[in-house]
Design a protein around this ligand. Structure first.
Ligand SMILES: *Cc1c(COP(=O)(O)O)cnc(C)c1O
Length: 495
């Protein structure tokens, strides 16, 4: 199957090229030329499969040039062998007869980024081989928390790859920092940057654009690449868990074959909910896609009005992984809803770059409303939902997940639609101990990693094993650099 750019359908690549490049040379996002449709028996077929088998079943039709046995190896290395602390990998937790929670945080870093970043490194290193690339790839990441650790863990000791992560010195939580600076592996590097996330991000972008640096690194046998969520290799693995959740509902008798469900997704860059849309298009019986945002509600407004406008106040919230004003993956959605009109996508994206806003035409607005509902909540409402879930259901959730449950509740009140719904849970509550404890009414918090034990003893919920292990981990990385010295870190690592 071929992949094409959302900004130019004549710009085509193989799957291996799309994954190796990440972004199209024209700035567009590489997207499958044809979206495969599942056979009508697919859900029945996948019902009895393990998660790994479901991965192979779904991903196979997108990855021409990758053999079944290659995919089998990657699926078992990514999701097997105890990497995930739950045997079902992405289990579905029942709350009541029509409300379920898809837990995507049982991976090594306790956030949903693991679902894609555990398998992407295998896809990428195989792609390099298929493209006959002789150089070693160095992945540069600027992170505000979750992505950096998930990428480090995914790329750790993967052949022909190196990874270097930059995080803002004072912009990540204690637990998140500890997760990164204790990272093991022979091919990894971690460095903090004086400044905020934007400083780190700008520094990384500059290096990608630096031709002299590229030439120097090529001489040394390296080239730079990124692992951010616009890479097709990150979207594809996320389609699997929507099909998987549906199969699990079938298997448990929660729904009869063919019955449609709603999904509610806490959204930032639009990657996760885009995967749900693709799953639906392929034939997973999904009805409404409910897009949940925090106070940075640019997507809520877009879905309601058809106008996307990033010219607004940026809020730092207690669901920081959704503090985003430019949702990059929305470009793929507009491409699909416009009937794959690459010229129109190009026009909207250039308006976004120039004015920070654009308005889609009425046909796209109609389709948007047909597929999506949207809502948002503020921090007070997020904390209230954490407390309510704990009190009523004895179920402990993180702030991002709470945003999804709040918006689902709001949707049901407004529409009266009580279709079986799956809310997506994107992080373990133990990644955000402080916000969760505050929501539960605990004011004094224990220092450093001890806060993990505090949340555990307050609730009786065990600390996830990978976070519990942080206590005995040795700090490996102490580097702090000024923004202007980030390049020295790269040159140092790639000697
Ligand atoms: C990245 C992230 C999100 C947002 O996911 P998108 O694919 O960017 O929409 C939500 N919750 C958590 C915990 C995350 O790490």
């Amino acid at each position: 199957m071929n992949y094409l750019s959302t900004r130019n359908k004549d710009l085509r690549m193989s799957a291996a090229q799309a994954i190796a490049k990440g972004l199209a040379p024209d700035g567009g996002l590489m997207t499958p030329a044809v979206l495969p449709r599942l056979p009508s028996t697919a859900m029945e077929t996948m019902r009895e499969m393990s998660y790994q088998q479901r991965v192979i079943y779904i991903m196979n039709s997108f990855l021409e040039g990758f053999s079944g046995s290659e995919l089998t190896t990657y699926a078992s290395e990514a999701y097997g062998g105890g990497k995930f602390s739950h045997p079902d990998v992405a289990p579905v937790h029942k709350l009541d007869d029509n409300t379920y929670c898809l837990e995507l945080w049982h991976g090594p870093t306790c956030a949903f980024k693991d679902m894609a970043l555990q398998i992407l490194p295998h896809l990428l290193s195989a792609s390099l081989e298929k493209n006959d690339e002789k150089k070693t790839v160095c992945i540069l990441v600027a992170t505000s928390g979750d992505t950096g650790k998930a990428a480090l863990e995914g790329f750790r000791n993967v052949d022909k790859t190196k990874i270097l992560v930059f995080y803002p010195k004072d912009g990540v939580s204690d637990i998140q920092e500890l997760q990164m600076v204790t990272q093991e592996g022979g091919n990894v590097g971690v460095c903090s940057v004086v400044g905020n996330f934007d400083d780190a991000q700008t520094g990384v972008k500059k290096m990608f654009a630096d031709e002299a640096l590229a030439a120097e690194l090529a001489e040394r046998g390296y080239f730079l690449s990124s692992a951010n969520s616009i890479n097709w290799g990150r979207v594809l693995p996320q389609i699997v868990y929507y099909a998987s959740a549906y199969c699990d509902l079938l298997k448990s008798g929660a729904i009869p074959p063919g019955q449609q469900i709603n999904v509610c997704v806490p959204t930032g860059n639009f990657g996760n909910i885009l995967a749900a849309y693709y799953a639906k298009t392929m034939g997973v019986p999904i009805n409404r896609l409910i897009c949940a945002s925090n106070q940075n509600n640019v997507l809520t407004d877009f879905i309601h009005t058809g106008s996307y406008d990033r010219n607004r106040t940026f809020y730092n919230t207690i669901s920081p992984s959704m503090d985003i004003l430019i949702s990059s993956n929305l470009e793929r959605m507009i491409f699909e809803l416009s009937g794959r009109d690459d010229k129109l996508v190009r026009e909207y994206m250039s308006q976004l770059a120039e004015y920070g806003s654009y308005r889609v035409d009425s046909s796209i607005r109609t389709k948007l409303k047909r597929e999506f509902s949207a809502g948002y909540c503020d921090d007070t409402q997020t904390r209230a939902m954490i407390a309510k879930m704990w009190k009523d259901q004895n179920y402990l959730i993180d702030p991002h997940t709470a945003v999804a449950f709040h918006v689902l509740e709001q949707y049901r009140e407004e529409t009266g639609d009580d279709t079986v719904a799956v809310a997506v849970s994107t992080a373990s509550p133990f990644k955000f101990c402080s916000s969760v404890l505050t929501a539960l009414g605990v004011e004094k918090h224990w220092a450093g990693v001890e806060i993990l034990d505090q949340l555990s003893s307050h609730t009786g919920v065990p600390v996830p094993p990978s976070l519990a292990r942080l206590k005995n981990k040795r700090r490996r990385f102490n580097g702090v650099v000024e923004k202007s010295a980030m390049m020295d870190c790269v040159l140092d690592m790639l000697k």
